[in-house]
Design a protein around this ligand. Structure first.
Ligand code: SF4
Length: 342
């Protein structure tokens, strides 16, 4: 399914625009592209995004776009429970909130009250904030943390700008994580060993049931392979592993497809982790999505993080790792415990 594609089918029939960035170059560009959308001036994005009693599911099916100015911090330390891939100074950047994809288990549904998308158009301010941080120490930064940046690339151009920024700042390494099929970005930017493209992989049956609007497994692999052939470091994320009755066969088949479609030896690394989510988020997800099998699964609460029962989580993760170890160096396999998914 290629519904993320393109220039014509973004569902932004309504665009809220903060007064402060009405004349920003990116605001003008986006508004010119969506010339038929209803434009609603607002004072502050939180007046719309943080309104009480919003319905995430309904908004998600017909997302509005909110263009705003980020006036506070936009670089945050990565949570201690998240995978840092061995980097000492691990952060994430928040330049867009929410995603055009619709994964049933997405932690953003638990984190935000609104299903609409906020784009902070003043990315240059984030770059300045980061430059100040880089004066203190090197930085490893996840730039596609609370969105899928590649999926929104034709709207914002942020992935390209992040890649170019990283290339010109030698102490910065970025990860751009995605479930998109898009490959056009690899034609636009020069490869850099500090710009890591990370593809989250799932078996097709999980994608069809639980990762709506995302690219198929083969499409993701084709895009990952394209990135690798252009000289970018590529990471595969088998994370989150989602339980299903035939999980063993499903994940075996997924890895077989991966091995047939990408040169696994040339990967930078891989991550493995079963689904887990902070308790506050799953509480909201369960309330909002009573029919979702993933949300309603009887997880165990381990120190405020809901996870599969330990035995099942270990079994699923260790099975995948045992398969991966046949295909690649052990040192390249990172097992994640108790972090959020994307
Ligand atoms: S899990 Fe990731 S790709 Fe899926 S909706 Fe959430 S942010 Fe988007």
């Amino acid at each position: 399914m290629r519904s993320e594609n393109s220039s014509f089918n973004f569902p932004f029939s309504h665009i809220y625009v903060e007064d402060a960035i009405r004349d920003h170059e990116l605001t003008r560009r986006i508004l010119a592209r969506f010339s038929k959308s209803v434009v609603i001036p607002i004072n502050h994005y939180k007046d719309v995004f943080n309104r009480s009693r919003q319905n995430f599911g309904i908004q998600k099916s017909s997302q509005a776009l909110i263009l705003a100015k980020n006036t506070g911090a936009s670089i945050f330390p990565g949570a201690p429970v998240c995978q840092d891939f061995g980097y000492d100074h691990f952060y994430y950047a928040s330049s867009i909130r929410n995603c055009i994809f619709d994964c049933e288990y997405c932690f953003l549904k638990g984190m935000y009250g609104s299903g609409n998308i906020v784009v902070f158009v003043n990315l240059e301010n984030t770059f300045s904030e980061l430059e100040a941080l880089l004066k203190k120490h090197p930085v490893y930064l996840c730039v596609s943390y609370d969105t899928d940046l590649i999926a929104l690339e034709s709207l914002t151009g942020f992935a390209t700008r992040w890649a170019e920024f990283a290339r010109s700042h030698k102490d910065l390494t970025i990860e751009i994580r995605t479930k998109s099929f898009r490959k056009d970005i690899y034609e636009k930017i020069e490869p850099c060993d500090r710009v890591i493209f990370a593809y989250t992989l799932s078996p097709d049956e999980i994608i069809e049931k639980h990762e709506k609007k995302t690219a198929t497994l083969k499409e993701r692999l084709e895009a990952a392979s394209c990135a690798m052939n252009k000289g970018f470091p590529v990471r595969l994320c088998f994370d989150p592993i989602i339980y299903c009755k035939n999980w063993k066969a499903a994940y075996f088949s997924m890895l077989k497809t991966a091995n047939e479609n990408i040169d696994i030896h040339r990967l930078k690394d891989v991550s493995v982790g079963s689904f887990r989510i902070p308790a506050d988020y799953i509480k909201k997800l369960r309330k909002d999505f009573p029919d979702s099998p993933v949300c309603q699964f009887p997880y165990e609460n381990r120190n405020g993080v809901f996870c599969y029962p330990e035995k099942l989580a270990d079994e699923m993760e260790e099975y995948l790792i045992s398969l991966l170890e046949r295909l690649m160096d052990k040192e390249k396999i990172f097992r994640i415990e108790n972090s959020e998914n994307s």
